[in-house]
Design a binder for this molecule. Structure first.
Ligand code: MD5
Ligand code: FE
Length: 205
């Protein structure tokens, strides 16, 4: 059974076993052959994020000097995003409940020095659907706050195979990755972490 970290924030430690993690990494490596990692740029400043990204599914999240958005093609190659690996749909169906199919999966690659500042996920037009996050590779220190930037926060260690579901009032909670604990996992062939976030972007009807 999952742990409820905050109302609507459910944490399944070790949701994916080692074999399932290995299979999912192989799936993601195939996705990345077709849709290579890119370095998104921050709006306005044009500074690159320390996290590199790609996507699969019908829509993908991108960022550049004109802003954040979802689009159906890779910003560098211009190709459509590759389809979801079947295992991602299975995880969504098991954990998200009776929610229409996800439309986007953002693939975040964290090298040992990468981090993600405290932010809210607000680029979707659908906040009633949850966000599902799957972690692979090195453990990350994840910080979760409330819906106001200045509120209290708590931290947990997200390890390889963990799943996190953000729904209800947690869907718009501030969150970020303080740092990666390089060398805590042997899943990947190098230090680093992959995070997958599955989302709906538009309302179903
Ligand atoms: C990650 N990714 O581990 C993090 C954590 C992102 C992102 O934040 O936007 O790609 S995913 C956890 C998450 C997603 C949506 C909402 C909340 C947490 N939340 O309200 O706590 O790469
Ligand atoms: Fe986020």
């Amino acid at each position: 059974a999952p742990l409820e970290l905050a109302p609507g924030c459910l944490w399944w430690r070790g949701y994916l076993d080692r074999a399932a993690q290995k299979a999912l990494v192989a799936d993601i490596r195939e996705v990345l052959k077709a849709a290579p990692l890119f370095s998104p740029l921050m709006p306005r400043t044009g500074k690159p994020f320390s996290v590199r990204m790609s996507n699969c599914g019908p829509l993908g999240w991108v960022s550049d000097e004109s802003g954040y958005r979802y689009q159906p093609h890779h910003p560098v190659t211009g190709e459509p995003w590759p389809p979801f690996p079947a295992a991602l749909r299975t995880a969504w169906d098991e954990l998200a409940g009776a929610i229409p199919a996800p439309q986007a999966c953002l693939i975040n690659w964290y090298g040992p020095e990468a981090r993600m500042g405290l932010h809210q996920d607000q680029d979707e037009q659908e906040f009633s659907a949850p966000v599902l996050s799957l972690s692979l590779g090195d453990t990350a220190i994840f910080r979760l706050g409330g819906v106001e930037r200045r509120g209290k926060t708590c931290s947990i260690h997200l390890a390889s195979g963990d799943a996190l579901l953000l729904s209800g009032s947690s869907r718009l909670a501030f969150h970020g990755i303080d740092r990666i604990l390089a060398g805590t996992s042997t899943l990947l062939s190098q230090p680093g972490r992959i995070n997958l976030t599955l989302r709906r972007v538009h309302p179903a009807r």
